[in-house]
Design a protein around this ligand. Structure first.
Ligand SMILES: [Fe+2]
Ligand SMILES: [Fe+2]
Length: 173
């Protein structure tokens, strides 16, 4: 199975968990930037309700970033200062699709992170991540609804950036 390096909780260490949480943090920064910008530039009467939702998401992603940063510090790591890249488009539907794809990735990653924290006996950390996960799933629903789609089963989806993650891991170790 291609994702064995990340889904096999027997291989998780505190050092690897710090790396993975830093990827989560970079994804939270990406989400903050995307929601700050998209919520203001989305045009069209049919998108006004979702634009307000996106503005709310921006604040929630900031809370997530603070929580994840705290967890990294608790583990003795240094929280990253880099965001994952943010795509731009002048089409409202593209922006919503970018957000939807990122939320799908985020949900899949946090589910994995909860399992990894529990494998290390870090039950309180897992609890914090579960709280974040609840909100991310709501973001997923908001975007799917705005796009007129069903929420996908992310457990069957492959990460769009697994290749990049493999490169990152090789560089870090
Ligand atoms: Fe988030
Ligand atoms: Fe989110």
């Amino acid at each position: 199975m291609a994702a064995a390096t990340t889904t096999d909780t027997t291989k998780i260490t505190r050092a690897l968990l710090i790396d993975k949480l830093n990827e989560d943090l970079a994804r939270e920064y990406q989400a903050i930037i995307a929601y700050v910008v998209y919520s203001q530039v989305i045009k069209g009467a049919e998108y006004m309700a979702i634009a307000q939702e996106l503005e709310k998401h921006a604040g929630e992603e900031l809370e997530h970033a603070l929580t994840v940063s705290k967890l990294i510090d608790y583990l003795g790591g240094s929280p990253t200062v880099s965001a994952k890249p943010v795509k731009t488009s002048d089409k409202a539907e593209d922006m919503l699709r970018f957000d939807r794809d990122n939320e799908n990735d985020t949900v899949r990653n946090y589910r994995e992170r909860v399992r990894q924290c529990e494998a290390l006996g870090e039950y309180a950390m897992a609890e914090h991540l579960r709280e974040i996960l609840k909100q991310e799933q709501e973001h997923q629903i908001d975007l799917a609804t705005a796009l007129g789609e069903d929420v996908p089963d992310v457990s069957k989806m492959k990460s769009r950036d697994e290749g990049q993650q493999a490169k990152d891991q090789a560089r870090l170790h």
